[in-house]
Design a binder for this molecule. Structure first.
Ligand code: ATP
Ligand code: PMV
Length: 451
């Protein structure tokens, strides 16, 4: 593939299954977002040195955003930084894509320099100290700090980066990938999960990578040992083991498309503080172990409520599609958010499920010291629940002080409703919505190039 080509992968919000999804026993609901990570792959170039490949990844929206790695079959495709700066996510993508495709330098003679530009949409990062600029016809924010120094909003930038970079890099080695991402989606997903786990240095559940690859999904994780049992990158058997894992092994994973109902939209409210997921997870694990067997009962209750919530959303989606009189009445009641909602089990089922989820998280918060739904968030969510058009609202992902997620009727404007309301003064509504498609080719690669 020698032309310019561009790909993008979505950010995520975990609406059900936080913490439980770390265990392959439980399912979760991950929603793909309109905020996307983009990768533009350039035509092949050549490097003077013919005994190595060089990959240049540029992320020019951030200070010093360029990483150059060299790699070769001789060294088992271990990437070596030649720019002096390291980015673990980029490094592990390079290691795994090269190990999987095993390109030979003979085949890529005079085509051994691979250049990729990364762009990320605004909602991933705080916009303070940034300047908006057009690259041809696409607009992105340019920050005056390095990527690690710019505050994140928690939409899964690393998972988006890994997934879209895996796709763009693979497109150098598979000529029909660009026009056929669907056919390679599973390979892209599996390689991205491996790279993301290795770069994180811990095993997350992988829901963020699943959403980046597939969009909105009901997700059950793979057994963590699949990845942690791989030999070290560069080991003589790494490539074989990786190929076997990516192509032949049954991951025992569930990835089923599961979108929010048509007629409803997702709002994400960023809270101007933030939480550290790793610390929250450690506290919850400690609580779980020290409170057995009641902790299992809480998880079982949470799981039932999560499933009721997910099933309720699917039922509402089917109802919307029926376009009958009853369906309009139900959606009208959500729009009004008045006493009429009580009449419809489609609405009350979902609300009851979320009430239970929130109740369980408050119990865990109290007993574990992990602020999953701390009192300030409870007040905020309770206030939010009273707004016009709100079906339900909760803390997404690991919870804490990061964000709130609201499911509301299409057409209601929460920004306008809360604009001069003190109770919402620390909420910044992000410019995102559900976009339930995963990694894909973008039709306008030139739109990313400098004017
Ligand atoms: N646009 C980008 N260009 C280069 N590297 C990036 C970019 N976006 C993210 N990264 C890499 O991902 C890291 C952030 O990953 P991390 O998993 O901590 O955050 P996140 O995925 O946005 O958040 P969360 O997991 O809470 O949703 C950055 O430090 C950087 O290494
Ligand atoms: C706590 C956990 O279940 C969810 C974390 O979600 P988020 O990064 O807060 O969106 C961890 C995980 O699934 O990787």
């Amino acid at each position: 593939m020698s032309e310019f080509r561009a790909f993008s992968a979505p950010g995520k919000a975990l609406l059900a299954g936080g913490y439980l999804v770390l265990d392959p026993k439980y399912e979760a609901l991950a929603i793909g977002l309109s905020s996307r990570m983009h990768a533009v792959a350039y035509p092949y170039d050549s490097l003077q040195k013919l005994d190595k490949f060089e990959v240049r990844v540029r992320s020019r929206q951030f200070k010093d955003g360029e990483w150059r790695y060299q790699t070769s079959p001789e060294t088992g495709f271990v990437p070596v930084s030649v720019s002096g700066s390291k980015n673990p996510f980029i490094e592990k993508v390079i290691a795994n894509v090269f190990s999987y495709f095993q390109p030979s330098l003979d085949d890529y003679c005079n085509r051994n320099l691979l250049i990729i530009d990364i762009f990320s949409d605004d909602a991933y990062h705080s916009q303070e100290d940034s300047m908006s600029k057009y690259c041809s016809s696409r607009r992105f924010s340019f920050h005056s700090h390095k990527i690690e120094e710019v505050p994140k909003t928690g939409l899964g930038s690393s998972a988006g980066l890994v997934t879209v970079l895996t796709t763009a890099l693979a497109s150098f080695f598979v000529s029909d990938l660009t026009n056929n991402v669907e056919q390679y989606r599973k390979v892209i997903h599996n390689l991205s999960q491996v790279a993301h786990c290795q770069a994180q240095g811990k095993i997350g559940s992988g829901f963020d990578v699943a959403a980046a690859a597939y969009g909105s999904v009901r997700y059950r994780r793979f057994p963590p040992a699949l990845i942690s049992d791989l030999p070290d990158i560069g080991d003589a058997i790494y490539a074989d083991k990786l190929a076997h894992l990516v192509d032949d092994v049954d991951w025992n994973i569930t990835i089923k498309n599961n979108r929010l109902p048509s007629g409803l939209v997702l709002w994400m409210g960023d809270i101007k503080s933030g939480s550290e997921t790793v610390k929250l997870v450690q506290k919850v694990k400690k609580w779980y172990d020290s409170h057995a067997p009641e902790s299992l009962e809480v998880y079982t209750r949470l799981d039932r409520a999560n499933c009721r919530f997910m099933d309720g959303l699917s039922a509402l989606d089917r109802l919307y599609d029926s376009h009958d009189h009853y369906s309009s009445q139900v959606f009208e009641s959500i729009e009004k958010n008045d006493a009429s909602c009580q009449k419809y089990s489609e609405v009350t089922d979902i609300r009851d499920a979320v009430t239970t989820i929130r109740h369980c998280f408050r119990k865990i918060t109290k007993e574990s010291g992990a602020d999953i739904e701390p009192p300030v968030q409870t007040t905020l969510l309770d206030n939010c629940q009273t707004l016009k058009g709100v079906l339900t609202c909760l803390i997404p992902g690991a919870g804490g002080y990061d964000a709130i997620a609201v499911i509301a009727a299409q057409g209601v404007d929460l920004k306008a409703q809360t604009a001069s309301d003190e109770r919402f003064s620390n909420v910044q509504w992000l410019d995102v919505s559900q976009a339930d498609w995963g990694v894909r080719k973008e039709m306008d690669p030139e739109a990313y190039l400098d004017k």
